[in-house]
Design a protein around this ligand. Structure first.
Ligand code: URA
Length: 244
């Protein structure tokens, strides 16, 4: 059994908020009767009509996108910038799982399954997010130690669980670093490096949990496999969250 407004929203026709308005305004029938009471519970057997149309449950969809630079991670943008939604061809109301900045590239999941999104983003689940960052300056050991010990952002201590110097350009005084984090605070990687004195000039997410960019060029996407979705769901059951 689930709440009527949730059942309407999961059909994909509208948001939960708007579903509540439809119920209040007498536009929703369950098994032929108008329902205006918000807490009403329905089961999959109940027939729900919205404005005279019977709704059916939206199929769950899961995508992995290799996000290019120059797209915002949102469903719409008031400044008219391109959004990641434009890159995926679907009629379902999918949304991004977490966020990548406008100029950040790499692995981004999109789905219409709220449970899947919650598992992937819940801080207790410690899902690896692995980034490749190009830095101004050559990262010193003391800075690596600080990143691993913890940096304070927005009143919280966030940590890098792994930091690996991959490449150094001594002439240009830049370097490429692989950094793994578990949290997902806004602009976290850029702000962490900024705090230890190394501005980020390029950022790419290489992996999120078990999802890597293998086989995906920039701007390309694929559907996640049933096996991958099952693995993500298994974290919830086991309360055990392996990565990669
Ligand atoms: N950290 C950042 O600073 N930016 C991103 O896009 C993702 C993580």
């Amino acid at each position: 059994m689930e709440r009527l407004q949730k059942a309407i929203a999961s059909s994909g026709i509208t948001s939960r908020r708007k579903a509540e308005d439809l119920i209040k305004n007498g536009k929703v029938k369950v098994n032929g009767h108008v329902i205006t009471e918000m807490g009403t519970k329905v089961s999959p057997k109940d027939i729900i009509e919205v404005d005279g149309n019977i709704i059916s449950k939206e199929e769950k969809e899961y995508y992995l996108l290799n996000k290019p630079r120059g797209y915002i991670t949102s469903s719409s943008d008031e400044k008219g910038r391109k959004t990641v939604m434009e890159l995926i061809s679907t009629k379902s109301r999918i949304y991004p799982v977490g966020r990548l900045d406008y100029d950040t590239t790499g692995a981004l999941l999109l789905t219409n399954d709220g449970t899947f999104a919650n598992i992937m983003t819940h801080p207790n689940h410690s899902i690896d997010k692995v980034y490749l960052a190009k830095l101004e300056g050559i990262l010193k050991k003391e800075a690596i130690d600080r990143l691993k010990k913890g940096i304070e952002l927005d009143g919280k201590t966030v940590k890098a669980t792994r930091v690996k110097l991959k490449k150094v350009d001594s002439e240009k005084e830049t370097c490429i670093v692989e950094i793994t984090i578990h949290e997902g605070i806004n602009h976290q990687v850029k702000r962490m490096f900024e705090k230890v004195g190394y501005p980020v000039s390029k950022l790419k997410r290489q992996r999120v949990g078990i999802f890597t960019l293998e086989g995906l060029n920039s701007g390309e996407y694929r559907k996640c496999t049933l096996k991958e979705v099952q693995i993500v769901y298994s974290y919830k059951e086991k309360k055990n969250y392996p990565n990669g």
